[in-house]
Design a protein around this ligand. Structure first.
Ligand SMILES: [Zn+2]
Length: 146
């Protein structure tokens, strides 16, 4: 799941259209960036787009990410930093959050995810309905010092 996806512009347009979004040049650029990055904050997408053609403001990047989230193309992942990350993989999976680099990456263990969800569902207080379970594993790089 960690594979960085490369999509042709045509595929991206089609995916946007299927989600009910018009494939504007800005949306195509932002989705392309998200596919390359996998998980990214609005800031990171903004940085990734750099000073390229059709440069967008950070606010525009954020708005585009929001509209894609609402259309179901992206999902928000909270993190232990103050940043909200967007994820191109909208299915349920766990994440590793690296505290020293603020990097977020996939940790795929379907059985773990399923078991945790089932256990929580079975014990959920009355009157509550489970939306989803976000499992985030906090790590940092091991020091190479002896
Ligand atoms: Zn992910």
């Amino acid at each position: 799941m960690e594979d960085r996806q490369q999509h042709t512009e045509e595929e991206i347009r089609e995916r946007l259209n299927q989600s009910g979004l018009k494939a504007t040049p800005q949306r195509v650029l932002v989705y392309e960036a998200m596919c390359a990055l996998g998980h990214a904050s609005a800031d990171a997408v903004f940085q990734h787009l750099g000073a390229g053609q059709g440069k967008m403001t950070l606010a525009t990047v954020y708005n585009v990410l929001e509209s894609m989230t609402q259309a179901g193309l992206l999902i928000r992942r909270p993190s232990f930093s103050s940043k909200m990350y967007f994820d191109v993989h909208t299915d349920a999976h766990c994440h590793i959050y690296q505290q020293d680099t603020s990097e977020i990456s996939d940790f795929c263990d379907e059985t773990l995810q399923r078991n945790v969800e089932a256990r929580i569902r079975a014990q959920l207080p009355a009157g509550l309905q489970l939306d989803r379970v976000e499992i985030q594993i906090l790590c940092h790089s091991q020091s190479h010092e002896a």
